[in-house]
Design a binder for this molecule. Structure first.
Ligand SMILES: [Zn+2]
Length: 420
């Protein structure tokens, strides 16, 4: 008998690949390519239970039909999670079927432990409901025949779907429930995820060990392999949850000043555009210095900041006027540009960079002067240092130049999930 894992997972853990097969309640359904393995494996592994009712071809055909019904059950289970999430105003990006079951990808977490509990329990509740319904149908059918076997197997599978997914370790629903309970008791969502993720790591290892034991004790090679593979899946996801939470926790403990640098320049606001470009822009771009990185410029005069120089603004001024027009006239005032105060949470910096599609953001002192700037490289450097993650200065430089986060630290989507 196969067990199928289901979980609701947040966007950043899942790459959307495969085929879109339809949608319901505005939620697109996807099939991952790995799911086709399940379509082959389920009939093969279940052929035995149908052999009594006919020959092997009929058994395989029945197994194939059951595989489709099984994944129909998984779809309904995921729909259970999704509809409760929708009722809490949470967008559901997709439901995807893959080798180990189904995934409902929801945009963000519930705002309260109670809400998280309801989303988590909804899937197993649907599966348990289907088990009861199918058991009732089974009672009304004639005593023999392939349909009876099909219905009773499907009932059993839904019961297993409900029970297996209630095992209290992330990424399983039971892990989400454990998370909600610890969150409720301690008042800390981070504590909740840590406990549930560590429990998931234990569950994953137990699955791997049990799978190996099944193989070694000759209790069915493929069943052992399947159990071990599910163990590895749970282990990997539990570790990912734990790491993700560590990153989120680190972000909440950091403010703008922790990440900002003084990699900006202040120039005289009375300079003409010609003078400015000759002296600061052309000279730098012509220099052979490999380490040169463009920096933002701010214009100041009489001891006061007049604003930020945006290079595109220069191009909107006719060249003939560059000799007379001064920086003061084109500088964008500090109250106009996107900025942060020194004590602002780092989360705000991450989100502002994405929302406004900026390369860097200006940090202002309480007096309204430019205190520093933050770009994505600065953010990665600061978060990595806090978590002791291995990022070299060369890595940071590349991030600064490319202006995108590395795949191993997708801070834009991690931050997006913290907006509650
Ligand atoms: Zn579930």
């Amino acid at each position: 008998m196969l067990v199928v894992a289901s979980n609701q997972i947040k966007e950043n853990y899942l790459m959307q690949t495969g085929w879109r097969i339809g949608s319901l309640f505005g939620i697109p359904f996807w099939i991952d390519s790995s799911w086709f393995w399940a379509l082959i494996l389920v009939p093969l592994l279940n052929a035995n239970s149908f052999k009594a009712t006919g020959g092997l071809p009929i058994a395989l055909a029945a197994g194939f039909v059951m595989a489709l019904l099984l994944f129909g059950s998984v779809l309904l289970h995921e729909l259970g999670h999704s509809l409760v999430a929708l009722s809490q105003g949470i967008k559901v990006n997709s439901i995807t079927l893959f080798l180990f079951g189904g995934v409902a990808s929801i945009e963000r977490e519930s705002k309260t432990p109670g809400g998280a509990f309801q989303v988590a329990i909804a899937g197993p509740a649907v599966s348990f409901g289907l088990f009861l319904l199918l058991t009732l149908v089974h009672q009304t059918l004639p005593r023999s025949g392939i349909f009876q076997v099909l219905i009773s197997d499907l009932a059993a599978i839904n019961l297993i779907l409900a029970i297996f997914n209630l095992i209290p370790g992330l990424p399983l629903d039971g892990g989400q429930i454990l998370k909600a309970l610890v969150w409720q008791l301690t008042g800390s969502r981070f504590q909740g995820v840590h406990w549930a993720a560590r429990s998931g790591i234990v569950v994953g290892w137990l699955g791997i060990i049990a799978g190996m034991a099944v193989v070694l004790l000759n209790q069915g090679f493929f069943n052992g392999l399947w159990l071990g593979a599910i163990g590895i899946f749970i282990l990997n996801n539990a570790i990912a949850y734990d790491q993700m939470t560590n990153i989120q926790e680190a972000i909440t403990q950091l403010v703008a000043t922790d990440a900002m640098t003084n990699q900006f320049r202040v120039v005289d606001a009375k300079l003409t555009l010609r003078h400015f470009t000759d002296e600061y822009i052309l000279a730098n771009s012509l220099s052979a210095d490999q380490n040169y990185q463009p920096v933002p410029f701010y214009a100041a005069s009489d001891g006061r900041y007049r604003g930020m120089i945006v290079m595109e603004d220069l191009h909107h001024i006719e060249r003939s006027r560059w000799e007379t027009e001064t920086l003061q006239n084109i500088a964008r005032s500090l109250s106009e540009i996107v900025s942060l105060l020194e004590k602002a949470p780092l989360l705000e910096a991450i989100n502002a960079l994405e929302t406004h599609q900026l390369k860097y953001i200006t940090v202002l002192s309480p007096a309204g002067a430019v205190a520093g700037i933050i770009d994505r490289g600065d953010i990665v450097r600061t978060v990595a240092a806090k978590l002791k993650l291995p990022f070299s200065e060369a890595d940071i430089k590349r991030i600064k130049l490319e202006g995108t986060y590395p795949p191993t630290l997708p801070l834009q989507s991690i931050a997006k999930n913290m907006n509650n």
